[in-house]
Design a protein around this ligand. Structure first.
Ligand SMILES: *Cc1c(COP(=O)(O)O)cnc(C)c1O
Length: 400
């Protein structure tokens, strides 16, 4: 018997992660096949005409591909959303959302602590087409409310934020947004649905960079938007068909394999990150640790309420500014110096000069990203090995 999405409501998260979206072909394959084909053949001219006019069924892989469809259905099931559209990158997912839902004259209220490239997209490109953005502190509800204009169409945020691990109260912001006919868009990249389910808290749309934890092994770039049938299934799908920011079937297959182990990986990296954050907090060379799992985190209670675990990203400030941060990074041998995150391999980054390097100094300051800040994406190595790798550099910063 083949699993169909009609069964989805009866299954738990781990089962959906392995099964949702798959329908077997007559070949009886067990793993999901990769449909590496740009177009599909019709039985006759009438069938071709019918498929083109309704845009349903397999037509052309810019907007219909069976492997991509399995990924979309599986991610929608995991998020608890009605529909998902996969895109070629996380940025393409954000672009597709804005291009579809906004027009010239519209206004976005955006958290000031969002992914650096998201800020560039809004300021350099959306702004050029008459869409203005106001930035507000992520956790300051009054600031969100004060920024609302009659043209405001979207609230946009990530929680926890990158790289400072600040949280937004999704439920409160959803209530505020809906009271003003505004849509709440949550980039759920850091938690994934394994740890946080924004729709249950009132979000309207969920964005993913599949590049990160959904892949989980640092292989492919991809993204997704999840939401309701009209906005995502019809409107954003229409943009995808017309503009083509499409996910390749091969990448969709890699992400499908990633989803199968998502909850196990998120649990493992969260446990290691919690242990590492506590250890870092006790190091003399470390000035401050940003991790929502620590009781010292100002939003620890919200994190416990809103998330199933605290995630794999730990950021911290070292004593001594940029040079100290760079020295610590350069002293590592196990951790990879790379800007990616959510990989099985732990990575270490200096956000101010890499991921957030394209921001102006004012934008960076607004986002709270200082020169002494270091971000670690905790992977699946032994946490004691990660600690040993950091210990060498930390000892150099504070001579005994
Ligand atoms: C990486 C990232 C993005 C952009 O995704 P790409 O796949 O790199 O285009 C968006 N949001 C967050 C939070 C990210 O970490």
């Amino acid at each position: 018997m083949s699993f169909t999405t009609d069964d989805a409501s009866e299954l738990g998260f781990a089962s959906l992660a392995v099964r949702a979206g798959q329908t077997r072909t007559p070949e009886g394959e067990h793993a999901e096949p990769i449909f590496l084909t740009s177009s599909f053949v019709f039985a006759n001219a009438a069938e071709a005409a019918a498929r083109f006019s309704t845009a349903t069924g397999n037509i052309y892989s810019r907007f219909t591909n069976p492997t991509v469809r399995v990924f979309q259905e599986r991610l929608a099931a995991l998020e608890g959303g009605e529909c998902c559209i996969a895109t070629g990158s996380g940025m393409a997912a954000i672009l597709a959302t804005c291009m579809t839902l906004l027009k010239s004259g519209d206004h976005i209220v955006c958290a000031n602590a969002v992914f650096g490239t998201t800020v560039s997209l809004l300021n350099q490109y959306l702004n050029k087409f008459g869409v203005a953005t106001t930035y507000v502190p992520l956790s300051d509800l009054a600031a969100w409310e004060a920024a609302i204009r009659s043209e405001t169409r979207l609230f946009y945020l990530e929680t926890p934020s990158n790289p400072l691990m600040e949280l937004a109260d999704i439920r409160q912001l959803a209530e505020l947004a809906h009271a003003h006919d505004i849509l709440l868009v949550v980039d759920n990249c850091f938690c994934t649905p394994a740890l946080q389910r924004p729709f249950e808290l009132g979000a309207d749309l969920v964005i993913h960079s599949a590049t990160k934890y959904l892949d989980g092994q640092g292989r492919c770039v991809g993204g997704a938007v999840v939401g309701d049938r009209q906005r995502v299934g019809a409107d954003i799908y229409g943009f995808l068909r017309t503009a083509g920011p499409t996910m390749s079937p091969f990448n969709a297959w890699v992400f499908l394999k990633g989803l199968e182990t998502l909850h196990l990986r998120m649990r493992a990296c969260s446990e290691s990150a919690l242990q590492l954050a506590g250890w870092l907090e006790a190091q003399p060379a470390v000035e401050r640790v940003y991790y929502p799992g620590l009781p010292s985190h100002p939003q620890h209670e919200l994190a416990k309420r809103q998330q199933a675990a605290f995630g794999g990203i730990v950021s911290f400030e070292v004593r001594g500014g940029r040079q100290a941060a760079w020295n610590l990074i350069d002293a590592t041998r196990l951790l990879s110096i790379t800007a990616n995150l959510g990989d099985a391999k732990s990575t270490i980054t200096h956000p101010a000069t890499t991921t957030h390097g394209r921001l102006t100094p004012q934008e960076r300051e607004r986002a709270g990203i200082g020169e002494s800040l270091v971000r670690i994406s905790v992977g699946l190595e032994e946490v004691t090995d990660i600690q040993r790798d950091l210990e060498r550099g930390l000892r150099q910063l504070v001579p005994l």
